[in-house]
Design a protein around this ligand. Structure first.
Ligand code: MN3
Length: 247
């Protein structure tokens, strides 16, 4: 690869000489070992759609960096914590987060930040990749009951997201009776930490939107509704009511 670009820069003769030099020096240098697969009980869930599936509202580069680097870092941090405290993996993540005070103090902040980040992003990917539309059935009825309708939910949700100072999330929570509520949380805190269930949520950290929207967080919040997969959110609603919703 290198000798091709060098040839363009320096001409064929010089390029070939350079290429020979590079080849011989590489031949004496052992290839670097492949990065080890992240060892540990926590794993990065693959996206169920392509990085560009949410274009033009969320660009592919943002999706790639957000999933493969930001979310991967939360997973890696959880595995680092689990190295010394393997009991962190003995219970479901949502249970761990609901009982943060039981987590050993040495890793409690790590679990709050990275365990919260792992849970929040795991939820986040699953509800996107869609083509907008609107909720139907019981979820649509619940949204009308609680907020007055989808448009009113969007207005209140986007206002909460724009008003979240610094980094954080906006969520709609759901209880076993199907009752919805709007909550904003800082950093990677999650309603799971209060024992609540999350129906849906949007990430308002700058890494979620800055490449495309820069400081225009309200524009990102408004555009995000275009990539939702309401069938996934309806399934989460049904699971929450059945008591089977995990993250
Ligand atoms: Mn994020």
């Amino acid at each position: 690869m290198i000798h091709i670009s060098r040839r363009r820069l320096f001409g064929a003769t010089a390029g070939l000489a350079l290429a020979a030099t590079y080849r011989s020096s590489f031949a004496q240098t052992p290839a670097p070992a492949a990065a080890p697969a992240p060892a540990g009980p926590f794993t990065l869930p693959p996206l169920a759609y392509a990085f560009d599936a949410n274009e033009p509202h969320i660009d592919a580069t943002t999706m790639m960096i957000h999933h493969d680097r930001h979310h991967a870092a939360y997973v890696a941090n959880m595995n680092a914590a689990a190295k010394d405290y393997p009991q962190l993996a003995d219970q479901p993540l949502q249970t761990l987060l609901a009982r943060l005070s039981d987590v050993p103090e040495a890793v409690r902040t790590a679990v709050r930040n990275s365990g919260g980040g792992h849970a929040n992003h795991t939820m986040f990917w699953t509800i996107m990749g869609g083509k907008s539309g609107a909720p139907t059935g019981e979820l649509a009825a619940a949204i009308t009951r609680e907020f007055g309708g989808l448009a009113q939910l969007q207005t209140a949700f986007n206002r909460a997201g724009a008003g979240q100072f610094g980094s954080g999330w906006v969520f709609v929570t759901v209880n076993k009776d199907g009752k919805l509520a709007l909550v904003a949380r800082p950093n990677q805190d999650s309603p799971l930490m209060d024992g609540a269930s999350v129906l849906m949520g949007n990430d308002v950290w700058e890494h979620a939107y800055y490449l495309k929207y820069q400081n225009r967080r309200p524009d990102y919040l408004a555009a995000w509704w275009n990539v939702l997969d309401w069938s996934k959110i309806e399934a989460r609603y049904a699971a929450a009511k059945a008591g089977t919703l995990a993250i």
